[in-house]
Design a protein around this ligand. Structure first.
Ligand SMILES: [Zn+2]
Length: 83
């Protein structure tokens, strides 16, 4: 993961599934590129970052939210294209 792109929103002590331990993880926001129906979409994802393993992880809620977010951007993009 390229940490330079991260915006740290918060630091929370919680269970980390990567380490399988309870420790402080960073709530981070970063821009990422997704491919949706052949269309490249730049969007922001919010995930937890584990400093111990240098890896991100997300909860089911976060995953849902990120998915809704990228879908909205995709719809906006599509609407723009047809006008
Ligand atoms: Zn961890």
């Amino acid at each position: 993961m390229n940490k330079n792109k991260f915006i740290i929103l918060d630091k929370i002590k919680r269970y980390c599934p990567i380490c399988e331990k309870f420790h402080v993880v960073e709530l981070v926001e970063f821009e990422t590129l997704s491919l949706i129906k052949g269309q490249k979409i730049m969007h922001k994802d919010i995930m937890y970052f584990c400093n111990n393993q240098n890896e991100v992880f997300e909860t089911v809620n976060m995953c849902d939210r990120n998915l809704v977010n990228v879908t909205e951007i995709y719809i906006k993009y599509k609407n723009k294209g047809t006008r």
